[in-house]
Design a protein around this ligand. Structure first.
Ligand code: PEP
Ligand code: MN
Length: 267
């Protein structure tokens, strides 16, 4: 099976590989994750996302399935050979999350949790670090340094939108962050168009803008039945919508002399 470290090294090889990460906002059931993984792997997407521990704005909403959710992701990996990325919210749960996942996600709300950043800096697994929605690029770069100074240099930087005065979208996708981060760090820059969009119909234009701006990958929320999703239901794409986005992405990539990394490439 493909290893997350090989995948990371391939993306940073300078050979023009682009990383597609997709999957539901939250893990809800084995059927939901396995169906999504089966679809995504059938179109060559190498990395499956899905939250088992969810940092929700309101404590009254779905908080994730916890370890049971991690087991469901691991089962989907068994079934498809995909690489798994899932979020860890606190140091206390890190060992548990590390046991199941291939890539550790640090969410926007933990971008400046320096204790957690230092601790994942000592992990052997690649870290996907999301920009805090109230953080400058400079602060985001410093957060990555908290990880790298502990020894872990496999970091994926994710621009996921920042809070501005604009209220027509959930957050404002800071496209400028793509070239700035690429100039400041050697790490891959991934665009998450789902959280800034807040609604499914804006996801594709934001994603394509990210690709054209030179992002090294996209992380998109995909759900078999978005209307009935337990979190972020308005912004998740169904399989057909994601398939459409993926083929447009591939067209732009080919015009740029790049290519989507395939699940099969590193066997
Ligand atoms: C997520 O990726 O599901 C998530 C919670 O995103 P963010 O941390 O960017 O809000
Ligand atoms: Mn989400």
């Amino acid at each position: 099976m493909m290893e997350a470290s090989d995948l990371f090294d391939r993306i940073t090889s300078g050979e023009g590989y682009f990383l597609n990460i997709a999957g539901p906002c939250a893990v809800e059931s084995q059927d939901q994750v396995s169906r999504t993984a089966k679809y995504l792997s059938s179109i060559g997407v190498p990395v499956l996302r899905g939250g088992a521990f969810k940092p929700r704005t309101s404590p009254d909403t779905f908080q994730g399935l916890g370890e049971e959710g991690l087991q469901m992701l691991a089962q989907a990996r068994e079934e498809t050979g995909m690489i798994i990325v899932t979020e860890v919210m606190d140091v206390e749960k890190l060992k548990l999350v590390e046991k199941y996942t291939d890539i550790i996600q640090i969410g926007s709300r933990n971008c400046q949790n320096f204790t957690l950043l230092r601790r994942v800096g000592r992990s052997q697994k690649p870290v996907l670090l999301k920009r805090g929605f109230g953080n400058t690029i400079d602060e985001f770069v410093n957060s990555a340094r908290y990880i790298s100074l502990e020894g872990n240099r496999r970091i994926l930087m994710v621009e996921r939108g920042i809070r501005t005065f604009e209220t027509s979208t959930r957050f404002t996708l800071d496209i400028s962050a793509v070239p700035v981060l690429k100039e400041r760090l050697q790490y891959p820059v991934i665009v998450d168009p789902s959280h800034p969009a807040g609604v499914a119909r804006y996801v594709e234009p934001l994603a394509l803008a990210g690709v054209a701006a030179g992002a090294d990958g996209l992380m998109v929320e995909v759900h078999p039945d978005p209307q009935n999703a337990l979190s972020d239901k308005d912004q998740q794409l169904n399989f057909e919508q994601y398939g459409h986005l993926k083929s447009k992405t591939d067209q732009i990539l080919s015009a740029m002399g790049k290519k989507s990394m395939q699940l099969e490439r590193i066997a």
